[in-house]
Design a protein around this ligand. Sequence first.
Ligand code: ADP
Ligand code: MG
Length: 349
Amino acid sequence: MSDRFTPVSQLGEFGLIDRMRDRLGENAPAGDLLCTIGDDAAVYRVSETTAHVVTADALIEGVHFERTFMPWGYLGRKAVAVNVSDVAAMNAQALYAVITMGLPRNVSVEMVDALYDGLRAGCEAYGIRLVGGDTTAAPQMTLSVTVVGEAPIDRITYRRGARPGDLLCVTGDVGAAYAGLQVLIEQQRAMRELGDAYEPDLSPYRRVIARQLTPAARTDVVADWARRAVRPRAVIDVSDGVASEVHHLCRASACGAVVHAAALPVDPETRAVADERMEDVDTFALFGGEDYELLFALDPADADRLAPRQFTVIGAFTGMDEGIVLQTPEGDALPLEAAGFSHFETDSD
Ligand code: ADP
Ligand code: MG
């Protein structure tokens, strides 16, 4: 053992993952293994025409959620949804889940009941089954879910398929989950300060709070792509924020990109939350995490074949040497920072 101590924050989450990948040794896809570390899920062939995908995501108390504003049932639903979202990003269909649950002493049977009602509701919503797991004591409530999914090999979408000239697209709207988180954090603070005197009116924030607490995986979009026989060239789900995900697509595809700030789809409620705090809603849209929308590269020739209301073109892929650029409404072209909802690099999560 070396006596050096390099803080993990020095590498950041993604630098650390690169390092771990190198440490594991041979990791290139080979034989039946079609995709390893570095995409939304690993992919392996199970027959001539079919592959399975496998992905894991954890929700940790104090990091991903606070008990005070996350009802247990919602937590269960979210644990399923965030994993199904990674399967959706591979253009695949989720099948089975297993869960590891770390329980602190201050959790009751009734809380676990509520959690499992939520897990069940999440599984039913996406047509999957929870088929096993592991239970252990833990210092904080810890959930790690693994989901296996399936797709025809020729339908699978990787992060690596974008080409210069492709449209950069996103489903739904972005920044809402971050707006919801801001509202919840402020409510929590007000509740602490005012105690019983506090009478919250959360009705103007219903949508953004729901986006934070009960996000939905866009399996509806994946089904629609199949119906229309359209396969985007590259897909990632928006867990860490649009800016960070654009960087991942560009890096994997060896492309650059231009993002038009004015084109970012934002819900009016998200805009209201940003305005009330005198913050820039583009910052919410670009750097807020946990939207679980799909960000994808589309051959322009396919654009007319998709439902126009299901996605927004927010930019285009370019050559790698053109970099990753944010076009502001004022006409400036700025380098788009990769900053997002990355663990170990920020003190808020
Ligand atoms: P996502 O946001 O889609 O869940 P992550 O950013 O968590 O993806 O992970 C990126 C890639 O790194 C994925 O392919 C994931 O499987 C892999 N990965 C993440 N953490 C580890 C780890 N500790 N060891 C090995 N691979 C990891
Ligand atoms: Mg993902």
